[in-house]
Design a protein around this ligand. Structure first.
Ligand code: FAD
Length: 424
């Protein structure tokens, strides 16, 4: 129908569209919408209060048994988001559920969202890389972590294809190595202080170099699940940091740790594939989580702009404030749209694209940081105080631009992929 033929009375005087969490998205089906609503409830009633409380504690206090972090894990388990449930979803359902889950968890609290996600990683990777022994042997209630970066190798360790290396550069010695001896994998060395959940983990999905007769091979290593109660494993002190403080982080040390070969998820020939797989999923997870963080900052700013009066009017009535909110919403929506599109592409294609996940991660984390900074500005002086929520969101968002690969490094890797037009 040609809209110009409509009688004038059918046009509302002022079109009104309510922008909810689904501003520019088609409505979800009933099941997905119910899932989203239960997550939103959980994020607002459980995650936000616990996250705000943990943010003010020392890193030691957060990690200590009995802290509210463990209450969060117990409540999260009640949601029933198990490995079994994830495995039962078809690709279409997973493409919708995955970003929904992490958007809502990120909206609740970034550090807790990452802690919950990392907790599942060893078993998630065992399922992904087809290790049924690990899936049968270990419970989902155990706390997991991912150890890949090392004191001397941060960006390097995420770049097994060596795309970011300087022409005259070399990897140097790895800080952690593994070798097969007498039918067991023997691990020595340490992982960086940045291992999320490292200082509280029961299980680590460890990525490390292979020790060979001709020296360590850092491109063909081992991906192995290591229980941290084995003799020779020790943990570092929880790390104090600027943001995502409810997420405990710390080193893992390995002193002649022996683990049966059943625990290996990928050996030297498959190592690159295993790094690619976890990096791709982790970057998408970051994108969804920090889309939620961006939306949380925007929601706070919008509500405040309606409440706070200056010049005799709620500040949202001032033209520049409305303009700024528009740009904040634009960034949230762009992050969400790209993240969901990549989630769909990566869940439905035969080889998920790291390139696409990096596009989404860099976009969402940078938008989250910008929107959180704009939210502080919207709150004026109040934005700088701990009495209001936005300074915490700003600190949480700042860390995300380094987490799971500095955004600059991801962009270099992504840029190099364009040379050969390889969208992997
Ligand atoms: C909140 C958070 C959670 C994390 N969780 C985990 C985890 O669970 N497990 C884990 O193993 N690690 C984890 N990390 C570590 C994270 O992956 C690393 O911090 C990240 O990869 C960067 O490494 P780096 O800190 O050693 O910095 P570096 O690699 O030392 O980089 C320092 C600077 O140099 C630049 N740079 C480095 N190489 C190049 C190059 N070739 N060209 C141009 N510039 C370069 C970088 O962009 C950066 O600005 C986490 C980090 C954070 C902040």
């Amino acid at each position: 129908m040609n809209p110009s033929n409509l009688p004038p009375q059918q046009w509302p005087a002022e079109p009104r569209v309510t922008l909810g969490p689904w501003a520019c998205e088609p409505p979800l089906d009933e099941e997905s919408e119910a899932f989203r609503q239960s997550l939103r409830q959980f994020a607002s009633k459980v995650m936000r209060p616990i996250g705000q409380e943990l943010d003010r504690l020392s890193a030691e206090q957060v990690a200590a048994k009995g802290s509210r972090l463990y209450e969060f894990f117990a409540e999260y388990d009640k949601l029933g988001i198990s490995q079994e449930l994830l495995a039962s979803l078809d690709d279409e359902q997973r493409a919708v559920m995955f970003p929904l889950l992490f958007e809502e968890l990120g909206w609740g609290d970034a550090g807790l969202a990452i802690s919950a996600a990392t907790r599942m990683l060893p078993l998630y990777m065992a399922a992904k890389l087809g290790n049924s022994f690990v899936l049968k042997e270990y419970s989902e209630q155990l706390i997991g972590c991912w150890g890949i970066t090392e004191p001397d190798h941060g960006s390097d360790s995420l770049d097994v294809s060596r795309q970011i290396f300087h022409a005259q550069g070399s990897y140097g010695r790895p800080n952690c190595v593994a070798r097969i001896s007498d039918g067991q994998l023997v691990i020595n060395g340490q992982k960086s202080a940045w291992v999320s959940n490292g200082c509280i983990a029961d299980l680590c999905v460890l990525y490390c170099a292979a020790e060979t007769a001709s020296g360590p091979d850092t491109q063909h290593g081992y991906c192995v699940v290591v229980p941290t109660n084995l003799p020779g494993v020790s943990r570092g002190r929880p790390l104090e940091k600027i943001g995502q403080r409810p997420l405990p982080q710390g080193e893992l040390y390995f002193d002649n740790v022996k683990v049966s070969l059943d625990h290996i998820l990928a050996g030297p020939d498959d190592y690159k594939r295993a790094v690619y797989a976890i990096h791709t999923d982790a970057n998408l997870l970051m994108a969804a989580t920090f889309t939620g963080v961006a939306r949380s900052a925007y929601d706070h700013a919008l509500a405040y702009a309606h409440e706070r009066k200056q010049g005799g009017q709620p500040i949202i009535r001032h033209q520049d404030v409305a303009r700024r909110l528009f740009h904040m919403l634009r960034k949230v929506e762009a992050a969400q749209a790209l993240t969901r599109r990549v989630a769909r592409f990566n869940n439905l294609s035969s080889v998920p694209a790291l390139q696409a996940a990096m596009l989404a991660k860099v976009t969402a984390t940078e938008h989250a940081f910008e929107v959180a900074s704009d939210a502080i500005q919207m709150f004026g002086g109040n934005g700088l105080t701990r009495e209001y929520p936005v300074e915490k969101i700003f600190r949480d968002a700042r860390a995300s631009m380094i987490e799971d690969g500095c955004n600059q490094i991801l962009a270099i890797k992504g840029g190099y992929n364009l040379i050969n037009q390889e969208w992997l």
